[in-house]
Design a protein. Sequence first.
Lengths: 161, 161
Amino acid sequence: MRRDEEKLPAAVEAAAVAPRSRPSAYPEPFAARMAGREKRVLGDLFGLGNFGVNLTRLAPGAQSALMHRHSRQDEFIYILEGAPTLVTESGETALSPGMCAGFPAGGLAHHLVNRTDTVAVYLEIGDRTAGDGADYPEDDLEARLGLDGRWQFFHKDGRPY
Amino acid sequence: MRRDEEKLPAAVEAAAVAPRSRPSAYPEPFAARMAGREKRVLGDLFGLGNFGVNLTRLAPGAQSALMHRHSRQDEFIYILEGAPTLVTESGETALSPGMCAGFPAGGLAHHLVNRTDTVAVYLEIGDRTAGDGADYPEDDLEARLGLDGRWQFFHKDGRPY
């Protein structure tokens, strides 16, 4: 047997996984803006290290993240339920179940916003390329991925949060 | 603007994407065993380079791949339709919509088999870590990912196909 896969599940019902306990890694006042967003961490359950997969639920009015773009990591989303709006630097796109979108490193800043009165659910995938950073064109925030795998947050003038 | 994202779609309906024209990268007689498998390549549409995402459809009797495991790349699947069976070196698991599974590099060899009389549809995600290889415990086959990003296939005694 390789690794400790005896302890890993063969498969899981994604919606039955407990939500992540920490609502957001952002510092305040940004973390509060993530109210109504709930993430179920799926890829880690199986011991995946190269990329993460979450099942993410946006209550009415919630958003996926601040408008942002990664410097080295790619992202992908696939809509399972609801009708969130994809907002990027170049415009808005109405999404619905069965639609998907991808956000290459260094591409357009983007996020999803649920402007409807029903829940939106989607899969989000992001790789874990080292040395990543994120910039937030609408907010006084920049992020760098530390060697410990944790995000460090800074004001745009370089002061840490 | 970064890269050439003016040409990239903001979002697509996954099922409306044209299927990949090449049914399988395997040499014969293995490629013929992939009959009934159809892949729609999604991640590449958005310029993603670090990982691939496909919408894959298995007709009744079809399978996802030969039983295999990767040496460096992780894989993840999420079932959208149907009830394929996950077959790994340690046993079988019945899958259904909303279930997911992950396959870490160096973990259990695995594949999906559609033993039902209805179509199965799932998302499959795999990263593109360089230097990957795949081994196939049930077949006289080994694969190495070339520097050009193409798979090279060998007999277990090292002779190329």
